[in-house]
Design a protein around this ligand. Structure first.
Ligand SMILES: Cc1cc2nc3c(=O)[nH]c(=O)nc-3n(C[C@H](O)[C@H](O)[C@H](O)COP(=O)(O)OP(=O)(O)OC[C@H]3O[C@@H](n4cnc5c(N)ncnc54)[C@H](O)[C@@H]3O)c2cc1C
Length: 438
C-alpha cells in the first residue's frame, strides 16, 4: 500500500511538473496579436521542454523515486515518455511551418541565434533517439553511448532554454523567471548529484572483493565486504551497480543481482556469468580488489508481496536473484509452499543446483524441477523448455493465491507470463526481472 501511494504521488508529480509551464507562462501578459496555432505550438514546446528536463530526474537513480516501481519500470517509462516528449517538441516547429506555409526557417544563415539554438536542440534530440533505438546497429559500445546520451541531453536542454530566452516571450514576470530558474537549477542539481555528489558519497563507502568462487559453467561468485562501514540492507532479489575500480568516478559500471541472503550481515555476493567484454574477466578479479556498489535497486522481491506461497521460474543465470530469495527464505525458517522451475541449456548451466537440493532440508515445502535443453545421458528431469504444459503441471491447486517471480531470457519470460495468465493468475502477481535494461 505504501508503495502504491508513493507510486501514485510520483506519477501525479510528473504530470504536474510537465504541465507547470502552461500554468506559469500564461499567467502573465501575452504577446499581442498571436493566433491559436502559434499559442498551441508554444504550449507544446513548453510541455515538451519540461518533459525533457524531467528525464534527468528520472534517470538519476533516486531511491525514493525508484522504490515504488523498480528501476527497470522507471527506465522503460523513460524510454517511452522520451519518445512522446520529442514528438511533442517536434510538433512545435511543425505547427509554425504549417502556419507560415514557408520553409524560410531552414535558411539558417539568414536566421537569428534563437533559430540556431532551436535547430541545435532539435538535432540533439533526434540524435538521442536515433542512437538509443539503433545503438547496436550503429555498433556503439554501451559506455560510449552513455557518455553521448548524457552530453546530447545537456546540449538539447541547454539550447532549448537558449531558444526560450532568445525568443524573449514568457520570461518577463517573476513567476515565469522563477519557473525557468528552477528548471535550470533542478537539471544542474541532478547532474551534479549524479556526477559529483553521489560518487563522493560512494568514495566514503568502498567495498573489497574478499573471495572469487568458481561456480562452474563460466559463472563466478564475487563475495564483497564493506571496508570500514556497515554495508547496506536490501530485499532479497534486488540488484546493484558495481564499479570495479579504485575510483567511483569512472564511467564503467554494471548491474548485477545480489545472490546472497538478505539476512547475511557480513558480506554481499554477486554471481556473474562470463558473457561479454567486462564479464569475460570476472574470474580473474584478484581478491583484495576495491569496488564500489551503488544499490540496492529494484522491486523484484518476495519481501514486497506477501502470499500463501511462491513460484520461482529461472532460466540460466536468471537464478541469481532467485537464489538470494531462497537463501533468505531459508534464513527466515519459512514454511510456505515454494516451487522452483529452473531451466538451462546443459547441466553445467544450472548454477547452484546442489545447494538448492540441500536447501530442501531447511525449506521443507520446496519443490524443484529442472529442465534441460540438452540433457546428459541418464537425466531424469524434464527436457526441452519451460512451456505452458510444464507450468500447468507444477501449479498449486489455488494458483491465484501465489506470487510468481520470473528471471531468464525474454522468450521464456513471454511464454511463462502468458501461460500463467491463461490459468487465471493476475498480472499483478507476476514479477519479472530483465537482465537487459538497455
Ligand atoms: C537488473 C539486472 C541484473 C543483472 N544481474 C545479473 C547477474 O546476477 N549475473 C549476471 O551474470 N548478469 C546479470 N545482469 C546482466 C549484466 O549486467 C550484463 O551481462 C553485463 O552488464 C554486460 O557486461 P558484459 O561484459 O557481459 O557485456 P559487454 O560486452 O560489456 O556488453 C554487452 C551488452 O550488455 C549490455 N550492457 C553492458 N554494460 C551494461 C551496463 N552497465 N548496464 C546495462 N547493460 C549493459 C549492453 O546491451 C551491451 O551492449 C544483470 C542485468 C540487469 C539489468
Amino acid at each position: 500500500m505504501k508503495h502504491f501511494i508513493q507510486g501514485f504521488f510520483w506519477l501525479g508529480a510528473y504530470v504536474f511538473v510537465s504541465l507547470l509551464p502552461l500554468f506559469v507562462v500564461f499567467i502573465g501578459a501575452r504577446p499581442a496579436g498571436r493566433d491559436f496555432v502559434t499559442e498551441l505550438s508554444v504550449a507544446l514546446g513548453f510541455v515538451g521542454l519540461a518533459m525533457i528536463g524531467l528525464q534527468f530526474f528520472l534517470t538519476a537513480r533516486i531511491r525514493l523515486v525508484e522504490a515504488p516501481y523498480g528501476l527497470d519500470v522507471i527506465l522503460r517509462f523513460h524510454r517511452e515518455i522520451s519518445l512522446a516528449a520529442v514528438g511533442i517538441i517536434l510538433a512545435h516547429p511543425a505547427l509554425i511551418l504549417w502556419r507560415d506555409r514557408s520553409f524560410e526557417i531552414f535558411n539558417l544563415p539568414a536566421q537569428p541565434p534563437r533559430v540556431w539554438f532551436a535547430t541545435i536542440s532539435t538535432l540533439a534530440l533526434v540524435a538521442i533517439i536515433a542512437t538509443s533505438l539503433w545503438r547496436q546497429v550503429l555498433k556503439l559500445e554501451y559506455e560510449t553511448w552513455r557518455i553521448l546520451h548524457g552530453t546530447l541531453a545537456i546540449v538539447a536542454l541547454g539550447f532549448a532554454l537558449g531558444h526560450v530566452i532568445g525568443v524573449g516571450h514568457y520570461i518577463a514576470n517573476l513567476w515565469q523567471q522563477l519557473l525557468w530558474t528552477l528548471m535550470v537549477a533542478v537539471s544542474v542539481g541532478v547532474l551534479l548529484y549524479i556526477r559529483v555528489f553521489k560518487p563522493l558519497a560512494m568514495k566514503r563507502t568502498p567495498w573489497r572483493v574478499d573471495q572469487v568462487r568458481d561456480e562452474g559453467g563460466d559463472v563466478w561468485t564475487l563475495q564483497c565486504v564493506p571496508e570500514d562501514h556497515e554495508g547496506f540492507d536490501f530485499s532479497a532479489g534486488q540488484f546493484a551497480w558495481l564499479t570495479l575500480s579504485e575510483s567511483p568516478y569512472i564511467i564503467e559500471e554494471h548491474p548485477f543481482s545480489i545472490s546472497s541472503s538478505a539476512l547475511e550481515d557480513d558480506y554481499v555476493e554477486f554471481t556473474i556469468k562470463e558473457l561479454g567484454n567486462f564479464t569475460r574477466h570476472i574470474g580473474k578479479v584478484p581478491p583484495g580488489q576495491r569496488l564500489y556498489i551503488d544499490g540496492p535497486y529494484g522491486a523484484f522481491s518476495f519481501e514486497r508481496y506477501p502470499a500463501a506461497g511462491y513460484m520461482f521460474i529461472a532460466g540460466g543465470i536468471g537464478i541469481t536473484p532467485i537464489i538470494s530469495m531462497l537463501r533468505t527464505l531459508r534464513d527466515y525458517g519459512d514454511t510456505r509452499p515454494l516451487t522452483l522451475l529452473f531451466a538451462g541449456a546443459r547441466l553445467e548451466n544450472l548454477t547452484f543446483v546442489d545447494e538448492i537440493e540441500e536447501l530442501k532440508q531447511q525449506l521443507p515445502h520446496l519443490q524443484t524441477t529442472y529442465v534441460l535443453e540438452h540433457p546428459p545421458d541418464g537425466w531424469d528431469g524434464e527436457v526441452g523448455f519451460v512451456d505452458a504444459e510444464l507450468i500447468d503441471e507444477h501449479l498449486s491447486d489455488y494458483p491465484w493465491r501465489n506470487q510468481y517471480f520470473l528471471c531468464g531470457p525474454m522468450p521464456m519470460l513471454i511464454n511463462v507470463e502468458q501461460a500463467l495468465m491463461e490459468v487465471g493468475v493476475s498480472h499483478t502477481h507476476i514479477h519479472a526481472e530483465l537482465f537487459n535494461l538497455v
